[in-house]
Design a binder for this molecule. Structure first.
Ligand SMILES: O=C(O)[C@H](O)[C@@H](O)[C@H](O)[C@H](O)COP(=O)(O)O
Length: 260
């Protein structure tokens, strides 16, 4: 378990731009050393804000887009093309503007796809896709994600893992169906905490006053069932990317950093 590191930017626009620059560097370094990179995207305003900033970044095309695998941390279980789907929003923010290899864009199933209303079957199919992409070093469950990004909800949810609901309690499966999500729409597909924690690095994006309480709770020792963001950590790095509004309720022991 990697101890959370915090980086606080002045406002949400700067946080999105700085996070986008950080992601470009991470992907370029991974591609330079391994010839490929694997990133998990998140939905929501902060996640899409980062993608929009990346689309505008001057160094954007330092990334070899054809050698990048994109996965999702969660998805709203809606028909293909629905404007509320995370992949629809990601395409509009960035993906349709860069030359990705379509075979390497791993969108989660849509509700008008082969699984119909059976969201559990759709989740199992995505778990199988992850397992197929996993290498022997991954114990056969999920590939080694270089960066897994997560927006943080005001209730401390990440992906579609909401406090106290069954999905956050899952300890075996890597992908589950979610029913009755308090954030609409109610039916979703989500990676579980074991899948999230397989990532080399987990980056949590929290900008805006409405995230201040959630950040303070998640970073002050809350349990992962009550505060799922507290259970989101990477194997080698856990990075909270905040703006000053979201950092405004953090305990003094965490922020601002003690001066040398
Ligand atoms: O499907 C979703 O809604 C997202 O994946 C969800 O986990 C989101 O990241 C958080 O709710 C934060 O969303 P905002 O950044 O819009 O506050």
């Amino acid at each position: 378990m990697s101890t959370p590191q915090l980086v606080v930017h002045h406002d949400k626009e700067l946080m999105a731009q700085a996070a986008a620059a950080r992601l470009i560097t991470k992907i370029v370094d991974a591609q330079a050393s391994r010839g490929t990179a694997s990133v998990v995207l998140t939905g929501g305003r902060n996640g899409n804000g980062l993608l929009a900033a990346l689309a505008q970044a001057p160094a954007r095309d330092a990334i070899d887009w054809g050698r990048l695998d994109l996965w999702w941390g969660d998805e709203r279980y809606l028909p293909e093309g629905d404007p509320e789907r995370n992949v629809t929003q990601a395409r509009a923010a960035l993906l349709d503007s860069v030359p990705l290899d379509p075979e390497r864009v791993h969108a989660m199933p849509a509700s008008d796809g082969p699984y119909g209303t059976d969201v559990e079957a759709a989740a199992e199919a995505y778990a199988a896709e992850l397992a197929k992409a996993a290498g022997p070093e991954n114990h056969g469950s999920v590939p080694t994600f270089d960066v897994l990004m997560l927006g943080v909800g005001p209730d401390t949810h990440v992906a579609s893992l909401f406090p106290e609901l069954p999905a956050v309690r899952e300890t075996e499966r890597t992908v589950v169906g979610v029913h009755g999500a308090p954030k609409p729409p109610p039916t979703r597909i989500s990676l579980t905490l074991p899948a999230i924690r397989a990532a080399r690095e987990v980056w949590l994006l929290a900008a805006g006053e409405d995230k201040a309480e959630a950040a303070a709770i998640a970073l002050s020792g809350a349990g992962e069932i009550q505060a799922p963001a507290a259970g989101a950590y990477g194997r080698s790095r856990t990075l909270w990317l905040l703006d000053s509004a979201a950092a405004s309720q953090l305990p003094r022991s965490l922020y601002p950093p003690a001066s040398a």
